[in-house]
Design a protein around this ligand. Structure first.
Ligand code: NAD
Length: 361
């Protein structure tokens, strides 16, 4: 497929290729839609098998950010960037500062942050060249987003429980969490406080057992997590874990977790969950707390305001689930429609001229 066909079919506004062989820089920045505000999204560093894979990834991820920001009620557009290279061996100050100058040159239409393969330290290098970067560790920075992601996920999960069980109390509910990383650990903390019964796994058994000890949870082996009897299955590790192999094993009423891109094939696997009478909480909606956290940095970071906003995921989720039921559509279709409707209605505002007229005498 030709590059402009790819860009056109994903409806991107702009795709920027950045190159500096001496600094080892090969970057692609995708700006999907800036109707709501500047495009914000992380910079991913990855060893892509081909340049086309990198282009496809940046287009997919940046479009996803438009929907995430729109449904979360943020005044941000969708963007994302990829750095082609090995994050373990090919990082340098020159690479990130050179990349930072490219970001600066875009003039604020794109704001970056950390993502898979990049760290707060890399963002500090970018910050030396541009202010269009969030998630920095120094003063005024929003720091680690995972506590807020977990807090939003917790409230989204409560909304799912309310919708499915008639009560949003998670006390006594059995919740199986896949992964014992940053998001999972904080989420388990909130759930333990509410006296949920927790089952936790991780490919690193020590890590899972540590979280189990902190939250009185039961350790489950990674291969057993899909088939455990539970009320809620909460993916908090990798993507594509809801697929042909795993969906038939599930013994839960709800899937609600913080991991990104949980459905291997979006429509098909969301449909398979419905066929098994399992309620699916769209991942990009329930895990939007992390984006809310970095977004707050732009307006002046305020922890209290961020947590309040993350609590709002409860109402957002309930609205999506209600719409899906009323219109007999998939929950991901309902959330996509809500995002698109917000984009359309905000775009209409542009038709009102509000500036003062320029009078030539
Ligand atoms: P993390 O790296 O801290 O934790 C992921 C954990 O999953 C690790 O402990 C890892 O060992 C474990 N894991 C990997 N494969 C596994 C498997 N097959 N079975 C069981 N455990 C497995 O990452 P995180 O920041 O906690 O993020 C978790 C998920 O949430 C990711 O999908 C991420 O993209 C998504 N997410 C995170 C944030 C955030 O604020 N950190 C925001 C939005 C979405």
């Amino acid at each position: 497929m030709e590059i402009f066909d790819l860009i056109e079919s994903s409806e991107h506004e702009q795709v920027i290729f950045c190159s500096d062989p001496k600094a080892g820089l090969k970057a692609i920045i995708g700006i999907h839609d800036t109707t709501l505000g500047p495009a914000l999204g992380g910079t991913r560093m990855w060893t892509y098998a081909s340049n086309l894979d990198a282009i496809r990834d940046v287009l997919r991820l940046s479009k996803g950010m438009t929907y995430k920001a729109a449904v979360a009620g943020l005044n941000l557009g969708g963007g994302k960037a990829v750095l082609i290279g090995d994050p373990h061996s090919e990082k340098s100050e020159a690479l990130f500062r050179t990349y930072g100058r490219f970001v600066e040159g875009i003039g604020g239409r794109y704001i970056t942050a950390e993502d898979v393969g990049t760290t707060v330290k890399d963002m500090e290098w970018i910050r030396m060249e541009t202010s269009f970067v969030t998630g920095i560790g120094s003063q005024g920075g929003s720091g680690d987003p995972s506590p807020v992601t977990a807090y939003g996920t917790y409230h989204g999960m409560k909304a799912c429980a309310k919708f499915r069980f008639g009560s949003d109390s998670l006390s006594g509910r059995t919740i199986a969490i896949q992964g014992a990383g940053n998001v999972a650990r904080y989420l388990a903390g909130y759930l333990a406080e509410e006296n949920a019964r927790l089952l936790i796994t991780d490919i690193f058994e020590d890590k899972a057992r540590q979280v189990c000890a902190e939250t009185s949870a039961e350790y489950i082996r990674p291969e057993d997590i899909y088939a455990v009897d539970c009320d809620i299955f909460s993916p908090a590790a990798l993507g594509s874990i809801l697929n042909d192999e795993t969906i038939p094993q599930l013994k839960c009423a709800i899937v609600a977790g913080g991991a990104n891109n949980q459905l291997a094939r979006e429509q098909e696997h969301a449909r398979k969950l419905v066929d098994r009478d399992i309620l699916y909480a769209p991942d990009y909606v329930i895990n939007a707390g992390g984006l809310m956290n970095v977004a707050s940095e732009i307006e002046g970071y305020n922890r209290e305001r961020v947590l309040k906003r993350a609590e709002g995921i409860y109402d957002i989720m309930l609205a999506i689930l209600t719409k899906a039921r009323q219109e007999n559509v998939l929950t991901i279709e309902a959330s996509n429609e809500i995002a698109e409707e917000r984009l359309r209605s905000v775009a209409r505002l542009g038709k009102y001229h509000v500036g003062s007229p320029v009078i030539h005498r």
